[in-house]
Design a protein around this ligand. Structure first.
Ligand code: GTP
Ligand code: MG
Length: 314
């Protein structure tokens, strides 16, 4: 039985385990951090039973302890920054995309999410003094939009050897949301052998949106996305890496600013992302990026452009 198999929780028999899994509670941690009300509702079990299961799960899970402020400050000092290729965009991010954090790019089709992802996969290879992290990239590609030809263009523009640049980008297609999450195991393996400083999931939400349809599926989808995002965040912490995820949304702002249950990925993605950047198209190759949500930076906008060489200031 695997470490995090939910049957290991005292009081969880086969039937209960089945109910828990169906509701998206697939490992001990997801149960440990749940509330009795939620668990009871989603799994259709009594609150008393839910409470017992959660208490048992908490004893087994490594919830993590408290750290003092000085330890956290030390950790913050290690935060690295990755240039996007646009000084303006870097500036609203406080100097580039942060490591140990999830940055979510959201916007309609063609708004530049995949282009920024490609650019970052090249830039991360640069040395620190020019905005890179001297590292490699793992990309989970759910929409088959990774283009090595585009990497060659971008690498050439930065005087990197294109063949070498391609070797430092590890790409896996994810065929469905389950596969997407399973790939995290592989991701952790690759990171043992390579200095991975950037993990991209493009698109984070597309499979989830396509597979979990209707109100009844919402709770499970959110559970799974929550688990996925926490695995990503953990990777960012352990490897001091930038986590970059993309999320397509409708061009109608009212759809996702008005009703918080409407955006793809819903509250889970919004709350788990450390930084959220809303991208929209402007004239020609110009794009506007707006930093929406950040723990320590003001809301701000930047204009950049997508050129033959890649992402640049406009
Ligand atoms: P979806 O994945 O469909 O949601 O869109 P996205 O936000 O990922 O859009 P993407 O990053 O793929 O942006 C596509 C746009 O980038 C195109 O419409 C072009 O304007 C631009 N673009 C892509 N490749 C090139 C290129 O080689 N040269 C130039 N100049 N522009 C490019
Ligand atoms: Mg894309």
């Amino acid at each position: 039985m695997a470490e995090d198999e939910i049957e290991r929780i005292p009081g969880v028999g086969e039937a209960t385990a089945e109910k828990l899994r169906e509701a998206g509670f697939t490992d001990i941690m997801s149960i440990a951090v749940s509330s009795p009300q939620t668990l009871a509702e989603l799994c259709e079990i009594g609150q008393a039973q839910a409470q017992k299961i959660i208490v048992a799960a908490r004893k087994m899970a490594e919830i993590g302890g408290f750290e003092t402020g000085d330890v956290i400050l030390e950790k913050r000092k290690k935060v690295g920054r990755l240039t996007t290729g646009s000084k303006q965009l870097d500036a609203i991010m406080g100097g580039g995309f942060e490591t140990q954090a999830i940055t979510e790019l959201f916007g309609e089709f063609g708004s530049g999410k995949t282009q920024i992802a490609h650019q970052c996969a090249v830039n991360v290879q640069l040395s620190e003094d020019v905005g890179g992290l001297s590292g490699e990239t793992i990309m989970i590609d759910t929409e088959n939009t990774f283009r090595p030809e585009r990497i060659i263009q971008m690498a050439t523009a930065l005087d990197l050897e294109p063949a070498q640049a391609l070797k430092k980008i590890h790409v896996a297609r994810a065929y469905n949301s389950n596969h997407q999450m399973l790939l995290m195991e592989k991701v952790n393996e690759i990171a043992k052998e390579h200095n991975v400083r950037l993990l991209i999931v493009d698109s984070l939400t597309a499979h989830f949106r396509a597979e979990y349809i209707g109100r009844g599926a919402l709770a499970e989808r959110q559970q799974q996305l929550n688990k996925h995002m926490h695995e990503l965040l953990r990777f960012g912490d352990v490897h001091n890496a930038v986590i970059l995820v993309t999320n397509q949304v409708s061009a109608r702002p009212d759809v996702f600013f008005g009703d918080p249950t409407k955006p793809i990925g819903g509250n889970i993605v919004a709350h788990t992302s450390t930084f959220r950047i809303y991208l929209r198209k402007s004239k020609g190759n110009k794009r506007i990026a707006r930093l929406i949500d950040s723990p320590n930076l003001p809301e701000a906008e930047a204009v950049f452009s997508v050129t033959e060489d890649g992402v640049r200031d406009d």
